[in-house]
Design a protein around this ligand. Structure first.
Ligand SMILES: Cc1cc2nc3c(=O)[nH]c(=O)nc-3n(C[C@H](O)[C@H](O)[C@H](O)COP(=O)(O)OP(=O)(O)OC[C@H]3O[C@@H](n4cnc5c(N)ncnc54)[C@H](O)[C@@H]3O)c2cc1C
Length: 590
């Protein structure tokens, strides 16, 4: 890894000023470097450690003499006894200041360049010159234009430049305009929820404390009820509810510290054509609000984000490692470390401590924090003013980055914890959650009660079927009472079967009372539960289905049953589908 050193030989302060500006801009561009007068730095330091990338800015004084703060360095550099290859490995460029009214114009800067070349250093970008007579600033600005790409290459370690398939640096599309402190607006900034489709804020008003821990042994599964009375929301079984989550406040605070950002600072986005380029960040927005509710901080890092982070690493080795991760050559590493490891943005920034990305580019590169969907576990016929869901609190660890927790489920768990633990009644909690409804479409109970139902829902996959069965119970009751209920057209009902799966009967049997209740009152004809860990060999829903192959075949092939499958177990859907296909094949002689 090559370090940048910016040295000046300055009599009046002009060369010093230019050198400091170069170092500051380099840092802004993610290249860390040191700036010093030549004497301060010392000639010996040039050869002491790894050969640096050197930029010098020099002027002359008197009759072609070196300025005072560089005289010793200059004399040592010019010593005839210095061995030829002494400065081999050093990449350099420089800029000379002079006044062509003097006879020894550019004498010192040119002498420095010549000596560096004599001693084996390599010029990585042409040395520039400016004449006081024409104006120094103009000359400097022109020279600086070409410096940055050349400097970037010079500080890169060998091989990094040839890495195949490094994506281009994403262009930052936004400009943040900071508000004066006390200018207000931050309190009104509510990223995500205000911009959500059909977003609504709902008061939690249940008096009895309807949050409950279904089972505390394994990953907790929570049942959550939300009061939608007066919201105008109308739902059907099979619909799901979208929740706009919040990132963990501890993560946000740690990120603010790492990026040295003021969480209270409020910004607007510069509006190009009058439109917000990042609509998920409702400006004016505080930095804390943007990081809390606006952007995804924990999803697998995208390659464009890694490319951005690489650009802002001051340490060349870190930059090269990030470039590799987002390159075509580094595809396997990306899969292993980023996709399987799932580091959060904070973990990445800790892994690459020299990385200092600017906030505007970072907000542009991070994906919006997505709403999380939850299947409704109720029916509007039984719960017209509520929506109910059940969710597993996501916790897992990866080999590469340790413990992880799901964004939405951890947030919801935190909100409900005191209520679930009995420390606080739900009514007193006065929680308000931003939610919206999404239609289930074809995933809803059949129009006719006569149509046989086969429902397969292991784990939290059972939740929509609780809703289906509540609906069916209400329809049957209404039909029996001679009433007319939307969705129910017959009082002769077809068979309804449910396959549910969990680990153990006493641990994670979700909605047990409800399911057994549906069976007891005849809403459900058959309830089959696979307890995967109750015996030495694992038993899953498809194993039970195989045992009922002939009946299932009859229901599907002869009676026209509708088959529903819900759940997220790895490979579960594939295995159940294969099981059904084999049943139809065997039994139907296909
Ligand atoms: C239509 C629909 C209905 C849904 N209904 C329900 C429901 O009723 N109940 C329910 O609990 N969920 C349901 N989900 C899933 C739910 O939307 C969320 O994805 C889930 O709750 C996780 O959200 P989170 O923000 O807590 O986790 P996130 O922060 O999004 O993290 C979850 C991600 O972490 C990764 N991950 C999780 N476990 C591991 C592991 N062991 N190893 C490696 N990586 C892992 C996976 O990539 C996973 O996508 C539904 C999803 C959809 C689309």
């Amino acid at each position: 890894a090559k370090q940048l050193v910016v040295l000046y030989a300055s009599q009046t302060g002009t060369a010093q000023e230019i050198a400091k500006n170069i170092q500051a801009e380099a840092e802004q561009r993610g290249i860390q470097g040191r700036v010093a007068s030549m004497n301060e730095f010392g000639f010996d330091s040039l050869t002491a450690a790894h050969p640096p990338v050197l930029i010098y800015v020099a002027s002359s004084t008197g009759d072609g003499d070196a300025p005072d703060n560089s005289a010793k360095f200059y004399a040592t550099l010019r010593r005839k006894s210095q061995p030829g290859g002494l400065l081999a490995g050093i990449a350099f460029t420089g800029f000379g200041l002079g006044d062509s009214n003097y006879t020894r114009y550019q004498y010192v800067p040119r002498a420095i360049k010549q000596r560096l070349l004599d001693l084996g250093a390599a010029q990585f970008y042409p040395v520039g010159e400016a004449d006081e007579v024409d104006g120094i600033e103009e000359g400097v600005d022109k020279w600086l234009e070409g410096l940055w790409p050349a400097l970037r290459k010079a500080v890169q370690p060998e091989g990094a430049a040839e890495m195949a398939g490094v994506p281009p640096l994403p262009r930052c599309r936004v400009r943040l305009v900071w508000r004066e402190s006390g200018d207000g607006g931050a309190a009104a900034a509510r990223p995500s929820e205000a911009g959500a489709p059909g977003g609504a804020e709902l008061a939690y008003r249940d008096p009895d404390g309807q949050y409950s821990l279904e089972q505390p042994f394994w990953a907790p599964v929570l049942h959550l009820e939300l009061d939608i009375a007066g919201s105008g929301m109308r739902y059907a079984p099979g619909d799901s509810v979208g929740v706009l989550p919040r990132n963990d406040p501890a993560l946000v605070e740690a990120l603010l510290r790492r990026l040295e950002l003021d969480g209270e600072a409020v910004f607007d986005q510069q509006t190009g054509g009058g439109e917000h380029l990042l609509p998920h960040l409702r400006a004016p927005c505080s930095v804390r609000a943007a990081l809390t509710g606006g952007v995804d901080l924990t999803g697998p890092p995208r390659k464009s984000l890694l490319r951005l982070l690489a650009e802002h690493c001051g340490e060349a080795g870190e930059r090269a490692a990030l470039l590799r991760l987002c390159s075509r050559d580094g595809r396997d590493d990306y899969g292993r470390q980023m996709v399987a490891g799932r580091p959060s943005l904070l973990q990445l920034l800790r892994q690459f401590p020299s990385c200092r990305p600017p906030l505007d580019a970072l907000l542009d590169a991070l994906p919006p924090l997505a709403p999380r969907m939850y299947s409704l576990s109720c029916s509007p016929l039984e719960c017209p003013d509520k929506v109910q869901v059940a969710f597993t609190v996501v916790r897992y660890s990866t080999e590469q980055y340790g413990q992880h927790q799901g964004v939405a489920t951890t947030w919801l768990h935190g909100l409900c914890e005191a209520i679930a633990a009995g420390a606080q009644p739900a009514a007193a909690a006065a929680l308000r959650l931003p939610i919206f409804l999404r239609r289930g479409g074809a995933f809803g109970p059949p129009d006719s009660l006569e149509t046989p139902l086969i429902m397969i829902g292991p784990g939290t996959g059972v939740t929509p079927f609780r809703g289906f069965l509540q609906h069916r119970r209400a329809q049957v009751a209404a039909a029996a009472a001679g009433g007319c209920v939307a969705g129910g057209t017959s009082s002769t009902k077809g068979p309804a079967w449910l396959y549910f799966g969990c680990r153990r009967e006493d641990q994670d049997y979700l909605y047990r009372e409800d399911l057994e209740g549906f069976q007891a009152d005849g809403t459900l004809d058959r309830l089959h539960v696979a307890f995967s860990r109750a015996q030495a060999h694992k038993v899953y829903v498809q194993h039970l289905m195989q045992q009922h192959a002939a009946e299932l075949h009859d229901m599907i092939a002869r009676q026209g049953a509708r088959v529903y499958l819900c759940g997220d177990g790895a490979g579960m859907a594939r295995d159940v589908h294969a099981c059904l296909a084999s049943i139809l094949q065997q039994q139907g002689g296909l």
